[in-house]
Design a protein around this ligand. Structure first.
Ligand SMILES: [Cu+2]
Length: 254
């Protein structure tokens, strides 16, 4: 029965609420009707456990969640306290692997700002909460679906263990993302969002970086003094970035 249901559901769009439900103000249990496969907005008064999640970029150009995986018991209501300790915007989305994948593809076409109970988007330095009830057992996923971030490391598995015997054993849909295409360095256009002269860092909202196989997004780069000196917030530039000692670095600019 469960398997039949699963097959049918998979054929439909799993992330429907993220698109169909319009906007809600916050994810604090104000939303009742919307149940997803991964569960539903939880009641803040009935929280079983609090989990702190940090989102940030690393020095070598990865973007991560801490912790990087979650183990939850079926029926548990979890309060996620989410902190963006990074230097750019991130989001925390709870869904099935397939749901996140579909949603990610949609976001690659258009950076949607959404505010559903299963997700929260936070500016750098920002923090927020999601209260969520994991109604079903199975393997789910938390992820940041801002273009490029998933590929840079921002996703992790959520294992919800069954309460009763033989409940849903979900097929694990592994999504392999390959990032091996190499192209010669070309100038990419970008707009400077922030310059940190002291740390030798610059935040650039940029087009696709073909040589690094990175889609258009906003990222933090290293740059040497000579380049930093020519940068200013709000300026449009053409630049080349490379991995230098594992760190994303602006190596040329015009
Ligand atoms: Cu992100």
């Amino acid at each position: 029965m469960k398997n039949l249901l699963l097959t049918t559901t998979l054929a439909l769009t799993l992330s429907a609420p993220a698109f169909a439900a319009g906007s809600h103000d916050g994810g604090h249990g104000d939303d009742h009707a919307m149940e997803m496969k991964i569960g539903m907005a939880g009641d803040a008064a009935k929280v079983d456990r609090t989990i702190e999640v940090t989102m940030r970029e690393t020095d070598d150009g990865e973007m991560i969640f801490e912790p990087h995986d979650l183990e939850i018991k079926q029926g548990e209501t979890i309060k996620f306290m989410i902190q963006n300790s990074g230097e750019i915007e991130h989001e925390f989305v709870l869904d099935t692997v397939e749901g996140n994948q579909e949603h990610k593809e949609a976001m690659a076409k258009m950076d949607m700002e959404h505010d559903d109970p299963n997700s929260i988007r936070l500016m750098e330095g920002g923090s927020g909460e999601i209260v969520w009830t994991f109604a079903n057992a199975g393997t789910f996923e938390f992820a940041c679906l801002i273009p490029g971030h998933y590929e840079s490391g921002m996703h992790g598995p959520i294992t919800v263990s069954a309460n009763d015997h033989a409940a849903a054993e979900e097929p694990e849909a592994k999504v392999e993302v390959t990032a091996e295409a190499k192209a010669p360095a070309e100038y990419t256009s970008g707009k400077i969002k922030k310059v940190d002269t002291k740390a030798g860092k610059v935040t650039i909202s940029h087009g696709p970086l073909l040589n690094l196989d990175m889609p258009a997004m906003t990222m933090v780069f290293r740059a040497d003094e000579a380049i930093i000196a020519k940068l200013a917030e709000g300026k449009d530039i053409q630049f080349v970035a490379e991995r230098v000692k594992g760190k994303l670095t602006v190596v040329a600019m015009k």
